[in-house]
Design a protein. Sequence first.
Length: 496
Amino acid sequence: MSTEHQQYSIANQSAAIALYAAAHNIGIVRAFVDEGKSGRTIKGRKGLQELLRVVESGTADFDQVLVYDVSRWGRFPDSDEAAHYEFLCKQAGITVHYCAEQFDNDNSTTSNLLKALKRVMAGEYSRELSVKIGTAQRRLFAMGFWQGGPAPLGMLRQLVSETGERKQILKPGEWKNITTDRVVLTPGPPEDIETVRLAFDLYTKRRKSCHEIANILNQRKRFLGRTPWTIKKLQYLLTNPIYRGAYVYGKHDYKRHVYKYVPREQWQTIEHAFDGIVSERQWTKANEMIREEIKELVDSEMLEGLRRLWKRKGRLTQDLINAARDVPSAEAYKNHFGGINEAYKAIGYPSPKKFSFVGAISMERKMRDVLYHRICERVRALGGTAEREPRPGMIIINGNITVRVKFSTGHVRPTGQKFWFLRPGKCPATDILVIGRIEPPDPSIVDYYVVPAYSQIRGSINVHKHSCAPFLEPYHFAALDPLIDIFGRCRIPEAA
């Protein structure tokens, strides 16, 4: 279900399927549901993905699939995609029934023609709806209404009734609840407006680099919401026409879940849509300076700039590169040469291998091999069995317990705070996940997080050096001895 349309609400579809099952003496053993997901792609549809996984694995505990109607597979641009998913079920010996269709899915010529027609109609409905929504959004944009997304820094979203009466301010994440209401931008908190003006002044009047401005704003705790400033975020702020009072629409095209940037000359603009936070002159100057900085990069010019900086400073670091106004950012060198160390190598600057991306991977693999060997030897010494699997990071202990070993490398925020990402994943692939924390450049393990599958810990979590969320404390260990000891076995002496 992608919308709240009454016919396709989850409750109505479930009720229709239940009635069909009861009328045909079929027992429902499980349901695969995608609520609030677009049907134009399988991406993000965990329910359909899980159904296909179960069907193809041969472990299905059912022999029939009940679908509300043909369009529920998806409104794919290519109608053959929906037919393919139905065929996968049939290939596995599972019959597909359509509960709300007026024909039996019996592989007859009539049913096959009707299914093909309905699949094409489903895709065409989605295409026509997209065109209608795009036209409506452009019309509302021309009237000055905000067309979705969070408000820029220094602005707030405000509801407006169909009669033009201004209503309440929408908080982040809040949506309008009346379809006839519209949203406009209004000046935000004074401290946010002051932050925007300070960034423009530091850039255009005091000639600070984006890297220096980011450090200044972060040190003063003038964050972008709750996140620290980066060079990319600052460049977006300094080039956003909204700060000179212009409303721009159509900067990117979003089709088939892919964003494509539209050339600047094709943007739609309403000048003087509202009061600007900075003057037209200052905004234009900032944009001219940004365009000069982000002009098309040439390898020889980039490397020559890096040589000059090396000669001037006597050394090279990412902070020095970002602070220099006559060379591109460190991120630009990474993207252009495939890594900052590759750029260093091109000018002959010595770069220790252990700090390169390839060197870091090699070091992690060696540490993982050492940890594997240590766990296996300890378990065997306690009378258990331990074997490494071909898959990286996997160990089988005592023949039936799967243990996976991963590492998390420390990161440093612009504020100087150090943190680690723990990524147990969305679904447990093993019985026990061991995550060792590494604090570069020291090639040793700081401590461990031992996460069993039953913990229900999912997703991505960040922890600090000396603290973590209370729910993680039971899984935090200085060493792996407690984990290894539980796998020990002893022989029971035979009776005399």
